[in-house]
Design a protein around this ligand. Structure first.
Ligand SMILES: NC(=O)c1ccc[n+]([C@@H]2O[C@H](COP(=O)([O-])OP(=O)(O)OC[C@H]3O[C@@H](n4cnc5c(N)ncnc54)[C@H](OP(=O)(O)O)[C@@H]3O)[C@@H](O)[C@H]2O)c1
Length: 314
């Protein structure tokens, strides 16, 4: 099968002919129709996750995908050939990922049936980013009357986090460069601040002199997140998706700090896809990239100022 893979950390991704994966007894074997790009895919490729888990090379890149079940292992009962599914297909120890013509996923892993009304490309955009957004917002559980600042609101995680927080009735202040301001408000932000114009904390304190109840920080590294913390009221909560926080230090300052590591489940994915199907949740797709073009376009996508999700057509 054709797959986009690397021969080692830091190597350029290239299209390779590799053997199709063999499904285990409790796995489904899926003909991939679309894959979703996530920043973690580039972090894996450049070696940022080296040593955290075993990797086998050639390593097929890609985590999220959607497709049609072609075969099932002998012990699989929840899926059958012909089912349309989506979920996470990365299996680093076996060198497997979603940027390929075929993938495998454990029946009890992060995989779910795709509703008919949701396109493969939309479904492939959901698992990692929308799943993380859901968990970030559920960690904070903001109520009406509370104010939430979302930093990195215009990307894959952010676009869903804005919607989830706004739906709970919170006032959402979102970062957005000028080109993304209208979209971000359309998704539910009450206010936007332009992180490219001036420090976010200064702009937020101008809007909310008493500070905010929660910060969902999807982008800032440890050296930048300290400045953001000054917008939190005492007793507030901050969540980072990039592991930028020192929870012990912040506890001393009466701030709850969470470095979130999200692992979606099949039931959560099914629920999120049902929301997309009902029109309750929007998944903004910035670009659909043909499979053959991904290796050359990946560097641009990586630094591409995401406005929603990039998906790969397989
Ligand atoms: N811990 C977990 O389980 C988990 C799960 C999912 C994702 N993540 C991580 O969370 C991060 C965000 O993921 P994503 O998929 O949303 O990424 P993404 O799609 O690339 O979006 C990032 C967004 O942030 C904006 N941005 C960049 N720098 C910013 C800044 N200093 N202030 C405000 N906005 C800024 C970008 O737009 P501009 O460049 O135009 O500003 C872009 O819209 C990634 O590092 C990802 O690996 C972690």
């Amino acid at each position: 099968m054709r797959a986009i893979a690397i021969t080692g950390f830091g190597a350029d991704p290239e299209i390779m002919q590799l053997p199709a994966p063999e499904p285990g007894p409790r796995e489904v074997f899926v003909r991939m129709r679309a894959a979703g790009y996530n920043p973690v895919d580039v972090k894996v490729a450049n070696g940022a996750m080296k040593g955290m888990v075993p990797f086998t090379f050639p390593l097929i890149l890609g985590t999220d995908g959607a497709g049609v079940v072609e075969a099932t292992g002998a012990e699989v009962s929840a899926f059958s050939p012909g089912d349309e599914v989506f979920g996470r297909f990365a299996d680093y120890p076996r060198g497997l990922g979603s940027f390929a013509e075929y993938g495998v996923a454990a029946e009890d892993g992060a995989i779910a049936h795709k509703p008919q009304g949701v396109r493969f490309e939309q479904a492939a955009a959901v698992p990692t980013a929308t799943g993380a957004a859901h968990e970030v917002v559920e960690t904070v559980r903001p109520d009406s009357g509370q104010t939430v600042l979302i930093i990195g609101a215009t990307g894959g995680v952010g676009q869903s986090a804005v919607q989830f927080a706004a739906r709970r009735g919170a006032r959402v202040i979102a970062t957005a460069a000028p080109d993304a301001e209208a979209l971000t408000r359309d998704l539910g932000a009450s206010d936007t601040v332009d992180h490219t114009a001036a420090p976010v904390a200064d702009q937020v304190l101008a809007l909310c002199p008493d500070g905010v109840d929660a910060v969902l920080d999807l982008v800032d590294p440890p050296e930048a997140i300290g400045d953001v913390i000054r917008v939190l009221r005492p007793g507030g909560i901050i969540v980072s998706t990039v592991g930028a926080l020192d929870p012990d230090e912040l506890t001393e300052r009466e701030i709850r700090a969470v470095n979130l590591v999200h692992r979606p489940s099949g039931p959560l994915l099914a629920d999120l896809a049902a929301q997309v199907d009902r029109g309750d949740l929007r998944v903004q797709i910035q670009a659909q990239v043909p499979f053959d073009q991904l290796p050359v376009r990946l560097p641009d996508i990586q630094y591409g100022h995401a406005r929603g999700k990039v998906v790969i057509e397989i």
